[in-house]
Design a protein around this ligand. Structure first.
Ligand code: NAD
Length: 508
């Protein structure tokens, strides 16, 4: 494994995991980062302790005082420069994402591109952040609304998108005038250090206050300091529904704001009119891409009974051709799971499938041998299942695809909506009535509903997020920026007399 990219990104051996802008803080305890690709120790990051955490918060609050008064387009200029630096480091960062997380190099590059795209988007947006003007019922009055920054935005991110999710939050939070503290996944700490170092250069060049961009590292307990801290105005947390239930409750108890981006259990409805040749790549990418570790991975395929047998055999033969191996080698389609714990979860799900009567069409297995020495490579599998099986309604973060049969389009939509999660969904059809029904109020109940494209691969221009146990948050495009600001309604009286609301008069 050539490791020049580690040198380029300056994340070799031991790294400070706690940063207030340009200054780093070294603590004693270490977080070790092992690559799921080859099982090797890539580097170490120091864990943030409570004293450092409090310093981070104080500095961040201080920076906010200054940052919120800088005109938004100037804040946008900072974000534009961050995007430029990311462009320069795209190859190296993409490689680190691939090596530390295990997704393909192409997907690693795609993640960095998403970071660049959101920086571009946020830069333009920094000249907008518009409020509405309303007509007042009182003469000589003007009424409008404006948007102000919140304060500190705490970003808690998951391992499977170790850099992009932070950037969706940070770029918007910054142009809105907030400072950002990032608590990345304990499984991908080096990615966070590499990204932080890239931002630090921009901070330094622009002589901006340190506390605008902060990084803390550690497990859930470090995240908990932020979620229960009144000084952190908004918590944007991405991860499992289990985590979201705890975080949502903790933040709500202190009347903080939260954006929750949680688990998905995404389905594609495959109708008789769909062009199988055209849609097969989307199904495969959704099911096996990132080794089934995307929140938008396709986990359920709801197939019309008239094409069920054909689809089954096409998929079985396509799965025989999947190449599993080092994700940095472009010839491979599927890389490893994040760690051995994830492999255990995969195996546990397979046991449940057997217990609940599922039929394996492509058998599961943990791959052995030199090429798979990390012990994290598994065979993507296909299961013939029923929507009523409990395991089908759960999110297993691994490449397991359930095939389900339907008769009417209404039944297909009902199966699609029958799970507790509500992130992404798709229908493959050439029939306009089916497509429109799927997109109507009686259709998909998910935050994302696609026609003739798969469940994975959202663009940053749209608002990203899901309903039900996916948490209800929205990030990235459209008007998601409003979640990073507080709305203020202003009424100004400019007339000779002051009119009270509701016609109330005082006769002094
Ligand atoms: P996870 O819930 O184990 O951890 C996510 C983050 O939350 C980590 O940084 C972790 O340290 C932190 N955390 C965990 N418990 C916490 C607590 N009680 N308080 C504060 N912080 C806490 O998730 P994971 O295994 O890293 O990621 C996989 C999950 O993330 C999947 O369920 C996937 O669907 C979901 N995900 C969702 C989206 C989305 O946008 N909806 C995007 C990516 C991943």
């Amino acid at each position: 494994m050539k490791t020049n990219f580690l040198k380029e990104l300056d994340v070799q051996s031991k790294n400070a995991g706690c940063w207030i802008g340009k200054s780093s803080m070294q603590n004693r305890d270490l977080l070790k980062s092992y690559s799921p690709v080859d099982g090797k120790l890539i580097g170490e990051v120091t864990i943030t302790d409570s004293i450092s955490y409090n310093k981070v918060i104080e500095k961040s609050l201080l920076a906010f005082e200054e940052w919120r008064l800088l005109p938004a387009p100037k804040r946008g200029e900072f974000v534009r420069q961050v995007g430029e630096e990311l462009r320069k480091k795209k190859q190296e960062l993409g490689k680190l994402v691939s090596y530390e997380m295990g997704k393909s190099f192409q997907e690693g590059l795609g993640e960095v591109q998403e970071m660049i795209d959101i920086c571009d988007f946020a830069t333009g947006l920094s000249r907008q952040l518009y409020g509405l003007t309303m007509h007042s019922e009182r003469p000589g009055h003007r009424m409008y609304e404006q948007w102000h920054p919140l304060g500190i935005v705490g970003v808690i991110s998951a391992f499977n998108f170790p850099v992009a999710v932070w950037s969706w939050n940070a770029a918007l939070a910054w142009i809105c005038g907030n400072t950002v503290i990032w608590k990345p996944s304990e499984k991908t700490p080096l990615c966070s250090v590499a990204v932080h170092k890239i931002v630090v250069e921009v901070l330094r060049r622009n002589k901006l206050p340190d506390g605008i961009c902060c990084l803390i590292n550690g497990d859930a307990s470090v995240g908990q300091w932020m979620t229960s801290d009144k000084r952190v105005s908004l918590i944007s947390a991405t991860g499992s529904t289990r985590m979201g239930k705890i975080v949502g409750k903790t933040v709500a108890e202190r009347f903080g704001k939260s954006i929750l981006e949680l688990g998905g259990n995404n389905a594609i409805i495959l109708t008789p009119s769909s062009d199988l040749k055209k849609v097969l790549p989307a199904i495969l990418f959704g099911a096996i891409g990132t080794a089934g570790q995307r929140c938008t991975s396709t986990r359920r395929l709801i197939i019309h009974k008239s094409i069920y047998s054909k689809v089954k055999s096409v998929l079985q033969s396509a799965y025989q051709q999947i190449r599993i191996g080092n994700p940095l080698d472009e010839k491979n389609h599927v890389g490893p799971l994040i760690d051995k714990n994830a492999v255990d979860q995969y195996l546990k799900a397979i046991d449940s499938i057997h217990e609940q009567g599922g039929k394996m069409l492509v058998e599961s297995k943990v791959l052995k041998g030199n090429a798979f020495s990390s012990g994290c490579y598994v065979q993507p599998c296909i299961v013939e299942a029923k929507a009523s099986m409990k395991i089908v309604s759960e999110e297993t973060f691994a490449p397991i695809l359930y095939l389900l049969k339907y008769d009417t389009i209404e039944e297909a939509i009902s199966i699609q909506n029958s799970v507790p999660q509500g992130l992404s969904s798709a229908i493959m059809t050439e029939n306009l009535r089916e497509a429109e029904l799927f997109l109507s109020a009686a259709g998909s109940d998910c935050g994302i509903a696609n026609v003739n494209i798969g469940t994975s691969g959202a663009e940053i221009g749209g608002a990203f997020g899901g309903e039900k146990e996916t948490g209800g948050g929205r990030e990235s495009g459209s008007d998601s920026w409003k979640l990073y600001m507080r709305r203020q309604t202003n009424t100004i009286s400019y007339g000779d007399t002051l009119a009270l609301a509701q016609g109330i008069k005082f006769n002094f």
